[in-house]
Design a protein around this ligand. Structure first.
Ligand SMILES: NC(=O)C1=CN([C@@H]2O[C@H](COP(=O)(O)OP(=O)(O)OC[C@H]3O[C@@H](n4cnc5c(N)ncnc54)[C@H](OP(=O)(O)O)[C@@H]3O)[C@@H](O)[C@H]2O)C=CC1
Ligand SMILES: CC(C)(CO)C(=O)C(=O)O
Length: 316
């Protein structure tokens, strides 16, 4: 049986937020939950046009893996990078062979790792978002910052049901790899700094962290121009001023948000370090990204964060 509803995989902050966005378009939505399956409505807290708090309810179907049936033509995977491939494999037999698979996760690596597992005629739409969201409960999310979202084709088949059109308005882009790397840079600066220094996004623009923020941006802009950087042809033209404006803008728009990595550290959960600073640690020469290397090391050694904070502050 073909299912026309979107299957959103993961009732985390981004999965719940996107389930509501799809419902706003009057698309039927099923949300697959790994644990904690709610049985009521989805509630989204955000601000209205006057800036007052409001709550909106959406009727989405929450299900467990055991309740999956039929074959979905549109799947949106909203897990952390390290869960992405396993989440797809969990639902694979309930995906239509000419359907689309979309991802919304930070970092780089997991999206490409998914490609060999796809059914031959499935299109992979990689997505990124700079909206901020905080999960309050298994059926409740708070929107904590405005931002933009983009989806682009990472893997394409000629005979896909949706062809080259992503069935959500105003998010489609041509060069998704460039967007993914730009977003990787945003996360490689904001996420480790907020997680290591226990601060909200907006505080990366304040003392004592601001000099580290500036130095981390300079470091990334320089490494993207290195011949040895494998995505140089895609992002080598980005200047440190452009990168700085972009990242500072995200920090301002999500100023009150705790980044997803800070949330993970606070709740003693696994972080996306391997897919963010770990990407630069592995993919660039050993002396090219001392700050990313230091972030990577600090996040892998959270028992000694105080020591790492001192070392980092001394680096600028
Ligand atoms: N939160 C934010 O403000 C932003 C987050 N992002 C990125 O979006 C992605 C998602 O982040 P976020 O929503 O915050 O993360 P969360 O940890 O809140 O949510 C991830 C969800 O995926 C679920 N999940 C994992 N594997 C499976 C599976 N096999 N089947 C079903 N569900 C599964 C988890 O289940 P369980 O509850 O059991 O762990 C969890 O609910 C990350 O890459 C993040 O970096 C991007 C921009 C902003
Ligand atoms: C955009 C930002 C920085 C929002 O917090 C994010 O991507 C995250 O938290 O992972």
């Amino acid at each position: 049986m073909t299912k026309d509803a979107w299957l959103v995989v993961g009732n985390g902050a981004i999965g719940l937020l996107w389930a509501s966005k799809l419902r706003q378009l009057e698309q039927p939505v099923t949300v697959l939950c790994r644990s904690d399956v709610p049985n009521g409505m989805l509630t989204v807290e955000d601000l209205d046009e006057e800036g007052s708090q409001r709550q909106t309810q959406y009727d989405v179907e929450f299900i467990t893996k055991e309740q999956l049936e039929g074959k979905y033509t549109k799947v949106l995977l909203c897990t952390k990078a390290f869960d992405l491939v396993a989440a797809y494999l969990d639902v694979r037999k309930h995906t239509k062979k000419r359907g689309l698979i979309a991802t919304l996760c930070n970092g780089l690596g997991a999206q490409h790792a998914l490609i060999p597992h796809l059914k031959k005629q499935q299109n992979l739409w990689a997505g990124i978002t700079s909206e901020g969201a905080l999960k309050l409960d298994s059926d409740r999310v708070k929107k904590t910052g405005n931002g933009d979202s983009f989806f682009g084709l990472l893997n394409q088949s000629d005979t896909n049901l949706y062809g080259e059109l992503f069935p959500y308005p105003d998010v489609q882009c041509q060069n998704i790899e460039r967007r993914l790397i730009e977003k990787l840079a945003v996360n490689a600066v904001i996420n480790p700094l907020t997680a290591i220094f226990s601060i909200r996004n907006g505080q990366v623009l304040e003392a004592p962290v601001k000099p580290l923020f500036d130095a981390a941006i300079e470091e990334l802009a320089n490494v993207m121009k290195e011949d040895s950087f494998k995505f140089k042809t895609i992002v080598g033209d980005i200047t440190s001023e452009q990168l700085s404006m972009r990242i500072a803008n995200v920090a301002r728009l999500t100023a009150m948000n705790c980044s997803s990595m800070y949330e993970d550290v606070r709740h003693h959960r696994r972080t996306e370090n391997e897919y963010i600073s770990g990407f630069f640690h592995r993919e660039t020469p050993s002396t090219a990204t001392p700050l990313q290397d230091a972030f990577y090391t600090a996040l892998n050694d959270q028992e000694n964060l105080e020591e790492h904070k001192k070392k980092l502050l001394a680096m600028c």
